[in-house]
Design a protein around this ligand. Structure first.
Ligand code: GAR
Length: 194
């Protein structure tokens, strides 16, 4: 696995724990972060996972950044990329090299509430059920085929923070399940192509 993260790294940590507990048969080759202050780095250090900072601010274009990320992943023969709180749009060059092998987790029941602030969007729309989605990444943001979803009811007294906590609890359940499912599909397609 190659993990891409921009934030706290709780989803990254849940993947690590699923591997440690043998719920998930996988190996993390690298954590790539796009900003030097990303707290996921601390988790990488704690669990002794190799990491690299590829700062998008050092790149002139999105393509240049994508290509640096892609090169790192390909150099390490990463088979599946997991965007675990990755707050950057990636372009077609990267997406096309990892078709059916690039997945993202998003804090809403897609196709509702795409883009940033998905949790606040759900609160503002006064929906009574939201959730989280793991999906394949395609060019249109938050639009690829859905792999697995979990529903989370919104309670009357929910703040953004309390709702986020319950959504993330569900994220940590569905992300390892989605990785296992996609990994199985990748293994099957490798065998079929032999
Ligand atoms: C997660 O809730 C994830 O769904 C969201 O960022 C959070 C990262 O948390 N991702 C997006 O909004 C992507 N559009 P983490 O850094 O603690 O894993």
């Amino acid at each position: 696995l190659g993990i891409l993260a921009s934030g706290y790294g709780n989803n990254f940590e849940c993947i690590i724990k699923s591997i440690q507990s043998k719920q998930l048969n996988a190996e993390i080759s690298i954590l790539i972060v796009n900003n030097p202050n990303c707290l996921a780095i601390k988790k990488a250090i704690k669990y002794k996972i190799p990491y690299v900072i590829i700062n998008h601010r050092d790149c002139q274009t999105r393509l240049e950044h994508d290509m640096l990320v892609l090169k790192k992943l390909e150099d390490l023969s990463v088979e599946l990329i997991v965007m675990a709180g990755w707050m950057r749009i990636v372009g077609e060059e990267l997406i096309n090299r990892y078709i059916n092998r690039l997945i993202n987790i998003h804090p809403s029941l897609l196709p509702s509430f795409k883009g940033i602030n998905a949790i606040q969007q759900a609160i503002d729309e006064r929906v009574t059920i939201t959730g989280c989605t793991v999906h394949y990444v395609q060019k249109e943001v938050d639009s690829g085929s859905i792999i697995i979803q979990a529903a989370v009811p919104i309670q009357d007294n929910d703040s953004k923070e309390t709702l986020k906590q319950r959504i993330q609890k569900m994220e940590h359940i569905i992300l390892p399940l989605a990785i296992a499912k996609v990994a199985k599909d990748i293994r099957t397609s490798f065998k079929d192509n032999k």
